[in-house]
Design a binder for this molecule. Sequence first.
Ligand code: SAH
Length: 417
Amino acid sequence: GANGRAAAARLCSGAAGSSLLRHLLFKLRASGPLTVAEYMREALTNPAQGYYTRRGGIGESGDFVTSPELSQVFGELIGIWYISEWIAAGKPKAFQLVELGPGRGSLTDDILRVFKQLASLLSKCDISIHLVEVSPRLSEIQAQMLTGGKVQSSPRDDTVYMKGISKTGIPISWYRDIQDVPQGYSFYLAHEFFDALPIHKFQRTEKGWREVLVDEDPEVPDQLRFVLAPSSTPAMQNFIQPEETREHVEVCPEAGVLIQRLAHRLEKDGGAALIADYGHDGTKTDTFRGFRNHKPHDVLKAPGMADLTADVDFSYLRKMTQGRTATLGPIKQREFLKNMGIDLRLQVLLQNSRDTATQEQLRHSYDMLMNPKKMGDCFNFFALLPHHRLTHPDQKDDLQPRAPLVPVAGFSELSLK
Ligand code: SAH
């Protein structure tokens, strides 16, 4: 009966949580301490027991809430950003929208609504959606949100593991890795994605830099603790700059590799990438933290049951483009959204809504997104653009007057001309 099912579910989730811990303890005992990156990768995306793979509690009933879950306006303004870049690029005949880590799919859903509203402008443009998602659980939720559940799954070894058509008639494909997404003119989007990629941690000591590792606590059975590597590790040599002044540094090599790939693609095929996340410009130290049921959570407790995250180092991302693209930002979320016209959008929505409950909800979510003490200041927007988008190519013999470059929306005030 129902009681039996509930009890079984509780038993299962209890056993699953501890079985990832058990798996990690087994690994530690066999081959020594793990790097924080290995630990974070297992805790978040272990195929059987990772937090995102089996839980992924985004939204009010989950472990954390994100901007697209709070307000439709967030995604709408991002949709307008892409349209504005598409126009600035001379309205290419086709584009791909590629989202990394789409969560529940709300952001792409809001963007697709904007595309639909601007259908006459986009009518001759061939648009396709490409979602990069490792979690089977979240990809199902995305499919439900975007297509109403009408999707076809492919065999497990296929690079495109699912396909469908959006409610607005646009083809959607799902991948596990960005390298499987077809090349071509593309708009990339990563919201609260980079902060989920595994970081290495390093501590300055009297004997020089040491990597922070995760080991078993000898005092408490089945408990983990941080230790320092006894000597320098290979990762360290590559990641600590000689001029580094901080005492503690976090580095996310996977983010570096991903940015290199994005920069390569943008240089070759054109488009734009928009990255939004909390982060800093190479100044912060210890930002590794966990969330469970909207409360801070000890990162070493119950791996797989809590969201783990670290601030994104935008200075590192900028460096890893290796000059292949131009970069803009990071700028604060409240500045970006203000430049994109959030105030006007709020006024329109307030005027169009009759009941006070809806108006109250609109004002509340605006405050969450914009208030410097809430999400307004700690979230940042960062963009990669082909060089020619921001500077004229050097043509010394060109006697024609050059057309002025159109400013990039969001990073300066949006011009509605
Ligand atoms: N962008 C969404 C969700 C953020 S949570 C929002 O703002 O609401 C992070 C998302 O990235 C989840 O969908 C998670 O399953 C996915 N993810 C985490 N690590 C990943 C990886 N290595 N490759 C692909 N997707 C990943």
